[in-house]
Design a protein around this ligand. Structure first.
Ligand code: ARG
Length: 470
């Protein structure tokens, strides 16, 4: 086999990268169990980027000649092309992406390839690869988060004048603008984006040159390789650099929180799509039918987003659990870091993308929105505030309005059905202006403090986001 050499007594093949001290090769079962190449091929381009930077630093250190460095660069170009064409012969016997690339390079260019690992370990290599990967993916996810915010703003703008019933405890509470509700998620996603950007800024340091755990014996300039890969800085402790995966954990924590936000929006879309709420109509292209019940239109996309949230939490907990008992520095357990990370990246990116597309096409049923404003005594707080602003202690006002609500419930009428005289029957504090005060639009318009749901405030915030979001 190309990737093995018969260097052990009796000719048993061992690994060509570390086989020197071994007398027998691992079994096929162990090779398969040990390998990470089956799930980390997406790191290839970053591994190659890291090797280019390593070659540059080795040239600066005088370990490689300029010609050798060029040969390495060309060889890596060819390997990247092979990988992109799907023609790279990945081998489980070569365990991981690092040894697959290095072995292929040596196969192609000979000796310079054999020099590339000078002063380098797979421990600093894998830390480098994953940081590069995550840095790029966070950039992509931030763009998707922006697109999702954009879609929510667009949806809010398209229904700018729609007032909906706001809830607490899923009980009717107070009227709010639909756009205000959309903008609540825009704010959440803004903080999610901030967390992801923080994570990216913190991971933006090159671990290359940390070696297996203590650094390198040869002065290979880290300040050449780090900037060559576009890292903003260098890690400052070799043990830390090879042993921690807090950057992946931080990403998954931020991803988990973002998924929680998407899941709450998804839950509302599901609820609002029901016959009972009927507040929103999702485009058919985001729903599916039932194989048995011809009438069904199921909100599968939001349901899947809600469902996938659990996966991302699981990804975080899996790696936290893997890491918690590990003595410094690298331990093979840490190879288990990649599958959860990749899953969290893919899941979050997919959910953001679907949410953005779905919200851009969501339509509010205005008649149902208006109908939902009655029946819940949404103006009760307004009445109490009216009395309080006319000098009545709020606790007393609360009591008075409680009696008004009881009166309405008993007669099956709305607060807006009451006359000024009716109001005054409950308290002499009520004046004639209560008629104009106790309306849904007036209630919404009064919430004009910063962050309130008044149309003027919401219009400002919509305009702010339209200006701010790319
Ligand atoms: N595939 C390994 C991982 O993902 C790379 C580092 C292996 N290092 C080692 N000393 N075996 O963690």
């Amino acid at each position: 086999m190309a990737n093995q050499q018969p260097n052990a007594p009796g000719g048993a093949p061992t690994n060509q990268m570390w086989g020197g001290r071994f007398t027998e090769a691992v079994t096929d079962e162990v090779a398969a169990f040990n390998a990470s190449i089956t799930f980390e091929q997406r790191l290839a381009r970053y591994d190659i980027q890291g090797s280019r930077a390593q070659a540059q630093a080795l040239e600066a250190a005088g370990v490689l000649s300029a010609a050798e460095r060029l040969a390495i660069d060309d060889g890596l170009d060819a390997i990247l092309a092979e990988i992109e064409a799907g023609q790279f012969p990945f081998s489980i016997r070569l365990e991981d992406i690092h040894m697959n690339v290095e072995a292929r390079l040596t196969e192609r260019i000979g000796d310079p390839g054999r020099k590339l690992h000078t002063g380098r370990s797979r421990n600093d290599q894998v830390a480098t690869d994953v940081r590069l990967y995550l840095k790029a993916e966070i950039g992509r996810i931030l763009a998707l988060a922006r697109a999702t915010q954009r879609a929510l703003v667009t949806c809010g703008r398209a229904h700018q004048d729609v007032i909906i019933c706001g809830y607490t405890h899923l009980q009717k509470a107070q009227p709010v603008l639909f756009a205000h509700h959309m903008l609540a998620y825009v704010e959440m996603l803004e903080r999610d984006a901030g967390r992801l950007a923080d994570c990216r800024a913190r991971l933006d340091a090159s671990p290359l040159g940390s070696g297996a755990l203590s650094g390198a014996n040869i002065p290979i300039p880290r300040d050449v390789s780090g900037p060559a890969m576009g890292f903003a800085g260098l890690t400052q402790n070799s043990l830390d650099a090879v042993a921690d995966r807090d950057f992946s954990l931080e990403f998954m924590a931020a991803a988990g929180i973002c998924m929680m936000h998407l899941s709450r929006l998804a839950e509302e879309l599901i609820l609002w799509s029901t016959h009972e709420f009927g507040l929103i109509e999702l485009p058919d292209r985001f729903c599916t039918g039932s194989s048995m019940m011809p009438q069904k239109k199921n909100p599968d996309m939001p349901e899947l987003i809600r469902g996938k949230t659990g996966r991302v939490y699981g990804d975080l907990i899996a790696l936290l659990t893997t890491m918690k008992g590990l003595p410094l520095a690298y331990n093979k357990d840490m190879q288990e870091d990649k599958e959860p990370l990749f899953d969290a990246v893919d899941t979050l990116a997919g959910c953001l993308s679907i949410t953005a597309a779905m919200m851009a096409g969501a339509k509010v049923n205005r008649a149902r929105a208006a109908a939902a404003l009655s029946g819940g005594y949404l103006l009760a707080t307004d009445l109490a505030d009216y009395l309080a602003s006319h000098g009545m202690p709020f606790r007393e006002a609360h009591e008075v309005v409680g009696r008004i609500v009881r009166h309405c419930i008993d007669r099956g009428i709305e607060i807006t059905d009451l006359t000024v005289a009716d109001f005054q029957g409950f308290s002499a504090t009520f004046q004639a202006d209560i008629a104009d005060y106790a309306t849904i639009p007036a209630s919404v318009a009064r919430k004009s403090q910063p962050g309130g749901t008044a149309p003027a405030r919401v219009a400002e915030r919509l305009a702010f986001w339209e200006k701010t979001l790319p």
